[in-house]
Ligand binder design. Structure first.
Ligand code: HEM
Length: 500
């Protein structure tokens, strides 16, 4: 008996389709998810090109563990708080998962690709950059950026309300760049990077072509990433010169370089201890290139998340004059009658209500709704389900942060739920905004100081109105989450400060 080429081709195709469905059904086991792949091979690929928040929600509601399969990738989604925590704290079984092109954009030597002990050791060397003592030193440069951008907000919306989401992204980018590189980075370089950063976010979207072809999103993304890292390496070289000459540290780079000089014995213990803000962490020698790659990961980790938080904060405060008024009252009180007083860490510490308002914004609209990991080996996550090796496994933060058992009326914005001793503040296990475990966000204290100091000053110095549209409360997923109408605002100077 002989078969025509067409029959053979059809037989092969049928075998492939059967194999694909059988593999999916075996991996799925008893967890929630479609009983078979509705779209053979590709699965819900088209939906994942344009992910909708409501679709994620439906997935979380479908079960504590649910699954989906896109091409050959089997993805397990954990919506339950304890399962999410279990994944984030299981470095033996999982490691963070980055999209395929990330290695080309962030460069293969980047520390984000380290795992296990190598990751822990590297991270230990970075801790000195985010201590309270160091964060204090970053505040003056940050405040200069607040002043610059608040002026811009007023000018941009002088005649009419305009969408602010993109301006907030630039604002956050400028703050990060000044915090990391101080005065070594020029205004033009800040403008260049912040204007183009969205190219990097686009290049690293969950679904993108893994090969870098000219003029595609990953191609543009890599160009901007390379340019940014070159600028960082240049700043590192400048910081080396300044730190050797004894200039006081003002930015992340300075603290890094000082730590290295101390570890190498180039600065004596006495000289080192006398420098305000440094921490005694032993740091090996890093090249400027290595430093530039790491600073780039800080920018990458920070940019989308802080922009999301800032956008929601400005929107929510415009919609909630009661909260706005309480923040303003507190901001006046912490300045002891001098409304132009420069920000200090002690002032930020005493902004208790502003802190609660920011914390509630991060809970109500968590910038990072899920954190993709990959199973390095079969992972027996529950008594009756083992995540197969090689699967993507995604702990979600949103359901834990909207758990009605811990947060009454979880879909309402209520800063008061964070008063000391409250149910919300005692249930720290649900606070997954910054993740948990060995990869927990290294910048979380910096984030709180920056957001509290920034929004407090904004409330003091400006009034703003939100043009509410039927999309204002719709959540758009673009790496993090944003209001779907890009947050349309109009700013004007507050009478308080103009008359101060
Ligand atoms: C609102 C702002 C931010 C949010 C919500 C946020 C959230 C997160 C989350 C959920 C993770 C993953 C944690 C895990 O896997 O358990 C993470 C990791 C990380 N974040 Fe943030 N982040 C923010 C801002 C920042 C900033 C400003 C920086 C740097 C200055 C930063 C640096 C990092 C780094 C380096 C990691 C990876 C740490 C590691 O792998 O060891 N983040 N962040």
């Amino acid at each position: 008996m002989s078969f025509s080429p067409l029959t053979i081709a059809l037989l092969l195709l049928a075998t492939l389709l059967l194999y694909d469905q059988a593999t999916y059904i075996r991996k799925k086991g008893k967890i929630a998810g479609p009983s078979f792949k509705m779209w053979p091979i590709i699965g819900p690929f088209l939906e994942s090109m344009d992910p909708k928040f409501e679709e994620y929600k439906a997935k979380w509601d479908s079960g504590k563990l649910s699954c989906v399969s896109v091409f050959h990738k089997f993805v397990v989604i954990a919506s339950d708080r304890d399962l999410a925590r279990k994944i984030l704290s299981a470095p033996r079984y999982v490691k963070p998962c980055v999209v395929d092109v990330a290695i080309k954009i962030l460069r293969p030597t980047n520390w984000v690709f380290l795992d296990g002990k190598a990751h822990v050791d590297y991270r230990r060397g970075l801790n000195g950059l985010f201590t309270r003592k160091a964060l204090v030193k970053y505040l003056p440069e940050q405040e200069k950026i607040y002043n610059e951008y608040f002026k811009m907000f007023l000018e941009l919306s002088e005649n009419e309300a305009v969408p602010f989401m993109h301006t907030f992204r630039e604002f956050m980018c400028a703050i990060s760049l000044r915090t990391f590189c101080g005065e070594y980075i020029t205004k033009d370089q800040i403008k260049l990077i912040s204007d183009n950063y969205f190219r990097i976010t686009e290049a690293l979207e969950l679904v993108n072509f893994p090969i870098i072809l000219p003029f595609t999103k990953p191609w543009y993304g890599r160009k901007i990433a390379d340019m940014t890292m070159d600028i960082f390496a240049n700043c590192a070289a400048l910081s080396r010169k300044e730190m050797v000459s004894g200039k006081p540290p003002t930015c992340t780079l300075d603290f890094w370089i000082l730590g290295m000089l101390h570890s190498q014995g180039k600065i004596s213990d006495e000289q080192f201890q006398a420098i305000d803000g440094v921490s005694n962490v032993t740091i090996r020698e890093f090249t400027n290139k290595e430093i530039s790659e790491t600073l780039f990961t800080f920018l990458f980790a920070s940019q989308d998340a802080t922009s999301s938080a800032t956008t929601w904060l400005f929107q929510i405060l415009a919609d909630r004059p009661d909260v706005f008024a309480k923040i303003r009252e507190e901001q006046i009180a912490v300045r002891d009658g001098d409304l132009n007083k420069p920000l200090t860490i002690e002032m930020v510490d005493s902004m208790k209500y502003t802190h609660m308002a920011v914390k509630e914004c991060l809970r109500y609209r968590p910038p990072v709704i899920m954190v993709p990991y990959v199973a390095k080996q079969d992972f027996p996550i529950t008594d009756d389900y083992t995540v197969p090796k090689g699967s993507m496994i995604i702990p979600s933060t949103y359901p834990a942060l909207h758990d009605p058992e811990v947060y009454d009326n979880p879909d309402e914005y209520i800063p008061e739920r964070w008063v000391d001793g409250s149910k919300a503040s005692l249930n720290t296990k649900n606070w997954l905004v910054f993740g948990t475990g060995p990869h927990v966000c290294i910048g979380q204290n910096y984030v709180m100081i920056n957001l509290v100091g920034m929004i407090g000053k904004a409330v003091l110095e400006m009034d703003w109105e939100h043009t509410v549209t039927d999309k204002s409360e719709d959540v758009r997923v673009f790496a993090t989450i944003f209001p779907d109408d890009d947050c349309i605002l109009k700013f004007r100077p507050s009478k308080l400060v103009s008359s101060a």
